[in-house]
Design a protein around this ligand. Sequence first.
Ligand SMILES: *[C@@H]1O[C@H](CO)[C@@H](O)[C@H](O)[C@H]1NC(C)=O
Ligand SMILES: *[C@@H]1O[C@H](CO)[C@@H](O)[C@H](O)[C@H]1NC(C)=O
Ligand SMILES: *[C@@H]1O[C@H](CO)[C@@H](O)[C@H](O)[C@H]1NC(C)=O
Ligand SMILES: [Zn+2]
Length: 481
Amino acid sequence: MLRSTPRSLPSLLALLALSNLVLSASLPAGQAHDHAPLRKRLPGTWYQPGDHPAHALFRRGKRDTSNDGVDYPPVGSSQWSAGYPQGKPDPTEYPQEWLNALNAAVAAGNIPNVPVSTQVNGGNPTYGSLDPTGNEVCSTTYGCRNNDDIWDAPDGVWAAGFDDGPLPTSDKLYQFLQQNNVRSTHFMIGVNILGNPNEFSFAFETLGDDIAVHTWTHPYMTTLSNEQLVGEFGWTMEIIHNSTGGHLPKYWRPPYGDSDNRVSAIAKEVFGLQTIIWNHDTEDWSIDQPGYSTTPESVNASLTQWITGPKSPGLIVLEHELTEFTVQAFIDAFPLIKSSGWDIVSVTELDGESAYANADGDDGEVTPVSGIFLNAPAAAASNASASASGVNFGSSSAATSSSASPSQSAGSSGGAAGAGGAKQAVGSAGSSSSSIHAAAAPTGTNLASGATSVHWQHVLGDVPGMLAAMFTVLVSAVVFA
Ligand SMILES: *[C@@H]1O[C@H](CO)[C@@H](O)[C@H](O)[C@H]1NC(C)=O
Ligand SMILES: *[C@@H]1O[C@H](CO)[C@@H](O)[C@H](O)[C@H]1NC(C)=O
Ligand SMILES: *[C@@H]1O[C@H](CO)[C@@H](O)[C@H](O)[C@H]1NC(C)=O
Ligand SMILES: [Zn+2]
């Protein structure tokens, strides 16, 4: 069966001791930029549309280097990791600028007042009496396509992207991508970056791949308050920014494909992030999971059908760097993708754009960012805070719109094939765990040393339990299906 909509997943939480953070060492440190040159655009320009509110938040400047001139601590060092939350972000510990920016966007009418969704036992989030596919909510979980979001690739294009990394299981994928000269986007989970800095650096420095946001702790985003959303976006953007010489990501993918008008508005209006979903789902994450019928063969069959099928629209297939199975599924399919004539492109560069808001690709010139992401020098900070308090927030559309839903132009609900109907029920999530668990912690990989202090814990489909667990154990990594 062809499934085209996001689905619920069992979530898998793995807690690792902090002491392992800096012990990772399974990939060689990045030999810089041996990948093919990226498409170039004007250097030193700002890659947001001219009227984007993010302009008001980020100071622009010009440097001659591929970083923004700030001496960031080495990725993986204790100094590098010290500033980030180890688990669920706590709003009392956010930079005040983030909350100022949220408040300004709300005050400007740019964040629709869609209610926070309710989720029971890992099922689809619901909105009370509101239609999740209606113009007000436009839930991507139910296949509602907001016009601002990306679901399809251009004709003939295979848009490569992998979710949930970086992880020890990423190593094999990265080596394959390198050997085959494939560039792709990695939708990364913030706490996994904290826990797997070597994989992170290999993806960015050595592969020259694109890094995008997959949130800090991989929640169902529509279930979170505005303030909680800000932390999930903000910390992930900050760790990517501070670990790449100042590259500010421009795209995000919602965990479980779960977003709506409110969530995507905060992503866009506060952080300048555009939402990327997918038009085909291999269900690769569930291979060999108890309670699921997915096998390498069934994934192979789905991929074969899509790869050899129509070239219009192009394919955005949801794939993961989560387990050895998900990695192998792509490796196995790659020869057919090539021989079938697909143009393989990193999904964040689909439209010829950069994956970053302030740089032309990973090795393009970086313009410094200030305001919400940096504790900027006084002069820059004063400009940033002026904008954050609303001075520059009203883009023309915001100023004239009395509607509470800026991005609701959505209208075209149900654009996703199958809409809600294809959504997979995951009622039995709680019973499955061991194989993802095992796959997420293979021996000999980067978090294995100091194994006695590694604590694994699964909290499947249980958000409150997950929160409790995260605050009772010192964590450095969270791995989700
Ligand atoms: C990110 O880098 C900036 C500039 O050096 C610094 O002010 C900020 O504290 C860093 N963030 C974290 C979480 O370390
Ligand atoms: C499916 O499996 C066969 C047999 O191993 C292999 O030759 C083929 O390339 C695979 N196709 C895909 C799309 O994975
Ligand atoms: C602050 O804004 C003023 C007025 O727009 C501008 O002239 C100045 O260069 C800005 N300063 C910084 C540090 O960005
Ligand atoms: Zn994910």
